[in-house]
Write a protein of this length. Sequence first.
Length: 253
Amino acid sequence: MSALFEPFSPDLLLFLAIVLFVAGCVRGFTGFGAGMIFIPIATSILPPSVAAATFLVVDSIVTLPLLVRAVKNCLWRTVLPAVLGAILFVHLGAWLLATANVLVLRWIIFAIVVSLLGLLMSGWRYHRPPHPAVSFATGGVSGVLGGVSQVSAPPVVAMWLSSSSDPQVVRANLIVFFALASVGTFAAYALHGFFTADVARLLIVAAPVYGLAIFLGARGFGRTRPAVYRKTAYVLIALAALTSMPALDFLLR
């Protein structure tokens, strides 16, 4: 058994399992946020491609039961335009990452995320389902931010949280959005050869841990009040802002 996990020490596997468990509980509860917890920590001790590919596979497979239930509750008229916008504009984000000043981009991302959080916490609400054009534009912003920094959640979270939709619908929208938007990521990772033997080894540990965490998080969502869901989402958006803030690199990176 030790030979199977030879590239990874037991301490490293245990640490990653703990981080992934916390991330999975959050994902099961809110429908998003696991990547914001797992990726920054995992990439500090693993090659970024291995960390990202492992998370992409385990998140896509383990959350399938969530997806099956979410497709019944989501608002397709707002989810599909957002998915289309994200898939199209993620390429703009990747181009900006390759050509623009990364430090300037990160400060812009920080400003956008903080502004969205401030808007949500102000109590402002959009009392109708988002127009398809608004959904497409918001998904496009998420795609750009994801292409630049992998911080893609805040725009779509803010859009659906600021609506009058029930938290169950918001959560379903997010689960379906990220599942469909990840299709393009799978193709890109496969083309670049990111799905390696090391990824397969990590998945043996990651899948059961993440699966248990998703289950517990989803159970917690079913028992909580809408206000708790919103506050949890606010905390996760604030976490995304902090982890993308260049001034805190000396602590976080």
